[in-house]
Design a protein. Sequence first.
Length: 192
Amino acid sequence: MTNNAAEAEDLTQDAFLQVFRKITSFRGDSAFSTWLHRISVNTVLMHFRKKSLNQVSLDEPYDNEDGGKVRREIGTKDNNLAGCVDRIALARAIKELPPGYRTIFVLHEVEGYEHQEIAEMLGCSVGNSKSQLYKAKLRIRELLAHSPEARLAIRGEARTRKREKAARENWGLPEDMAMPTVPLVPELRLTA
């Protein structure tokens, strides 16, 4: 039935194992040979049902898209599962966002609303919506960064961009009337 001698031997052994396991269920209503034949046939049929599932040998190399043989690497990163971890990390990062950032991020990036629609729904300006989304994305990048150094670098880039933008815009004043840069936290001078 199998057209393969090795497979037939395996099935014969499986059939005799089944007979050994089920010998207590033999009632004696028919000949033992009939019962043995029925178990053998059922074992082969079950094998063909299971065989329709794709079996993969971990020892033999497989063909890739280019037609070349590729050896299986066991214990390496599974790219199919890596997406699950990324989704979990992203969900955690979104949960850690402040409520305002999270609301606008979910409305814009997940639900697909435009900034104008978000502004109308939340009763805020379009600029506020854009600003909150930008800050939410920065915070998510920071939360998804793997090392503390990477988080600090992302924060530093955001601050630098913000300063550069303020310097470029310079509040719309002419070049000769540029606003002096003011430290964010005023220096405290203690007098005795």
